[in-house]
Design a protein around this ligand. Structure first.
Ligand SMILES: [Zn+2]
Ligand SMILES: [Zn+2]
Length: 425
């Protein structure tokens, strides 16, 4: 097999039939990084006037590795929780007009803000992650608040990812846990993709799984080491998250990285944002979604018969969505749902068996170990901040959010999602 590292920055014909082009050119991981590493990359990318984007915390975090004296530094505010807001990107755009490259120093939020600004300015950017918290560093999208709503916008990934393990090891433990949560989600995302391959003949790229599966095994096995901030394990976590972002580029969408577990999380996040409340960290919320999705797969393999058929009629769905999100957004979500339902068929028993056979290798290898890994993160007190009723509604209705087939659509089409929602926690 071709070595994945050798494919960075290249175009290649994949076994899935597509030609993929990986835009990230270099992924460098060292015990510590230095100004020399940075200068090498700037020279390689022919940049003379870089602007560094960070907040006070992340600037402090990299201080022992690199000195930014005499450089142009843009510090985002407030120190403790910069918003992933398009307004922040616009401030950078205004301030960086005569620059020739951006460098993001931070975790997911600062990366997303910088990625969008670089895209708008038509510049390359370098990413220096300060926490192994999300897979968005290398992804071809950026998630930003636009007029109060979270939008996922297409944007070029960084040319270089420059990882200092010293910085990663010192990142806040909640961000490490969030990264593990986002990593475990790749298992349920993979099962959802295979499910849709059988039920809807959806295109699948197996190579996206191959570049993640060994690292997923390592992380599920060594969760204690990850929590203890073992450098080798966090390096694997960081690589897994980076490869997940690249997998999204290859698939052309977030399919390899995101399934029902993410959609449930988006539903909850959307509700919070609408009510001006801060959601939990992305990966922490996603880890709850992953536990719920794993439970759904347990029902699929151990007996769907134990779930009762209770149909949700269209009025009930509409009433609930409007109550949660208001008239206008509620109607939009109903439109997505109705369009999706027109395309979907209710699979018969034979097709469901076929899907189970396809998913079985992933299910049997990972379901138990992933559940155990997530439980070791001890996130119960975080989960308890989310209203239980909201979680159950998210399970029942979040398939109105995206035109993406998941295990919840299967349950919905079989009339099982309502009963499952009452048993999902
Ligand atoms: Zn994610
Ligand atoms: Zn492929």
């Amino acid at each position: 097999m071709i070595k994945f590292e050798e494919l960075l920055g290249k175009e290649f014909d994949c076994e899935c039939g597509k030609t993929h082009r990986i835009k990230v050119e270099r992924m460098i991981s060292k015990d510590m990084i230095s100004n020399k590493d940075l200068e090498f990359e700037l020279e390689r990318l022919k940049a003379k006037k870089p602007v560094f984007v960070c907040d006070e915390n992340t600037l402090e975090a990299v201080k022992k590795d690199i000195s930014l004296e005499g450089m142009r530094v843009f510090i985002l505010e407030p120190r403790n929780r910069v918003l992933a807001d398009i307004e922040n990107s616009k401030k950078i755009i205004n301030d960086s007009k005569n620059s020739d490259l951006l460098v993001s120093i931070g975790s997911g939020t600062i990366n997303d803000i910088t990625k969008y600004a670089a895209q708008e300015l038509g510049l390359n950017y370098i990413c220096i992650p300060t926490a192994p918290s999300v897979d968005g560093y290398t992804s071809p999208v950026t998630a930003l608040l636009v007029n109060g709503f979270k939008e996922t916008l297409n944007a070029e990934p960084p040319k270089t990812v420059l990882v200092s393990l010293r910085v990663i090891k010192e990142s806040p433990i909640d961000l490490i846990k969030a990264g593990i949560g986002d990593a475990m989600a790749k298992i349920t995302a993979r099962m959802d993709w295979l499910l849709s391959k059988v039920i809807n003949s959806e295109y699948v790229c197996d190579f996206t799984w191959k570049i993640m599966v060994d690292d997923i095994k390592q992380i599920t096995k060594n969760i204690d080491l990850a929590i203890e901030r073992d450098g080798k394990t966090l390096n694997i976590l960081m690589r897994l998250l980076s490869n997940s972002g690249i997998a999204m580029s290859m698939a052309g969408n977030s399919r390899p990285a995101s399934g029902a577990e993410h959609i449930v999380s988006h539903f909850i996040e959307m509700y919070y944002e609408l009510n001006n409340e801060l959601p939990l960290f992305h990966g922490i919320q996603v880890s709850l979604g992953t536990l719920i999705s794993l439970k759904a797969y347990n029902y699929l393999f151990n007996g769907l018969d134990s779930l009762k058929v209770i149909d949700i009629d269209i009025d009930e769905r509409k009433k609930n969505l409007t109550k949660l999100f208001g008239e206008s957004l509620g109607n939009q979500l109903m439109e997505i749902y109705n369009m999706k339902m027109k395309k979907l068929k209710k699979p018969d028993k034979a097709l469901i068996e076929k899907a189970k056979n396809e998913i079985l290798p992933v299910y049997s290898e990972f379901v138990e170990s992933a559940e155990k890994a997530i439980s070791k993160l001890n996130l119960e007190s975080e989960y308890s901040k989310i209203d239980e009723d909201l979680i159950r509604k998210a399970v029942m209705f979040s398939n109105s959010l995206r035109d993406r087939y998941t295990i919840f659509d299967l349950f919905d089409s079989l009339g099982l999602i309502k009963d499952f929602s009452s048993k999902c926690l």
